[in-house]
Design a protein around this ligand. Sequence first.
Ligand SMILES: NC(=O)c1ccc[n+]([C@@H]2O[C@H](COP(=O)([O-])OP(=O)(O)OC[C@H]3O[C@@H](n4cnc5c(N)ncnc54)[C@H](O)[C@@H]3O)[C@@H](O)[C@H]2O)c1
Length: 403
Amino acid sequence: MAPGREITLLGAGLIGTFYTMTLHGPRSRDRVHTVCAATDEEARAFASKWGIPRAVSDIVKAVEDPETDLVVVGLPNNLHKTAVLAAVRAGKPVLCTKPLGRTAAEALEILEAVEKAAVFAGYLEDLVYTPKTLKALASVAQGALGRILWVRSRETHPGPHSAWFWDKDIAGGGAIVDMGCHCIEIIRSFVGKDVRPLEVLCTADTLVHPIAAEDSGIGLIRFENRAIGQFEVSWTFRGGMDLRDEVAGTEGTIWLDHFLRTGFEMFTAVGEGGYVAEKAEGDKGWLFPVGDEVHALGYVHMFADMLDALDEGRAPRETFFDGYVVNAVIDACYRSAASKRWEPVDLAVWRTSGAEASKREKGVAADDSRFKLIKEEKMPDGKTKRIMKDIETGEILQVVREG
Ligand SMILES: NC(=O)c1ccc[n+]([C@@H]2O[C@H](COP(=O)([O-])OP(=O)(O)OC[C@H]3O[C@@H](n4cnc5c(N)ncnc54)[C@H](O)[C@@H]3O)[C@@H](O)[C@H]2O)c1
């Protein structure tokens, strides 16, 4: 077994907390050795809570700590580039939270910097690592759904927990860059990451909050194989955090609900005075607690893949290239929201894995017969109806048989 990692964690906020809970999880051999926050006081408080030996407020000092061999970036979006470039200068492997950049141009700079320096890098997109998503992706890869036609991904909650998210310049946008990034990568994962996203139609608006950025957005992504991705994001949703995905293929369907109404529902008239789940709006009445939040949100499998990949000298499931593609789709969304038209996804770099075509196409049997089946259905009277197209005449016809 490879030895554990000594980690520099940049950022001691919400994501720094989830990352540390995961990295210091049951029987883990990995440890956050140095934590960096905006002030020494905040860093020290976090360090004392989590048993972390070193606390600083200087990003470069934290990254260059000779006792750490991995940098994890959990800083506000405007600092991702600074942090990754500092890791590159120090020659240290680096994992960066979502979104990789505020724009595709920023993400491309980040991608090129790690690649030029041959530094290991991983994109911390936890929501493609939830146990449910990993199982669903495996079923899709085995061909259980046939050809994927449509993927819908939704993330909505009542709005983020820190001031910087609401500042368009610091964050790079509103709900679309904040949460659309998750949905876009979930959609890409189901459609197939080798399938190029071509164009985007998006609407965005600021419905509730007094901010310059959008607090709501809906987007459609058309892929080169004509699959459609659909995302819905909002900072105006009331009632907690709604994370749901739907996948539709020629041979099957998957519905995933990650956070609300997942089988754990609790009523309490008095509450218990504690935290219920991320973005829960209250602690009394009907509640949707989450059994193990870092598992349910994918952090455990995400860090396992990242750290195993680093030990094994392979690429993780989520790379900085993926982060760059996500940013390019988001850029197209913002252009489309302004132009009210389909806008192309501009990708200065496009790569495919070169892997063999998956089994996804297995439900699509070659058919050279004259009559092509459109639909077969068992009717209430017990008869079976077959609707077909005569490809020589173009006629649509139906045949009804007993039983
Ligand atoms: N599911 C996810 O993957 C997920 C969830 C939440 C946030 N995020 C991402 O994580 C990043 C941080 O978000 P958050 O929710 O933890 O924010 P947060 O506001 O809770 O925490 C931000 C942290 O960064 C520190 N910081 C700010 N400026 C700094 C500076 N100049 N030097 C050193 N430290 C500085 C703050 O002190 C704080 O500890 C964002 O990019 C966000 O998009 C990802």
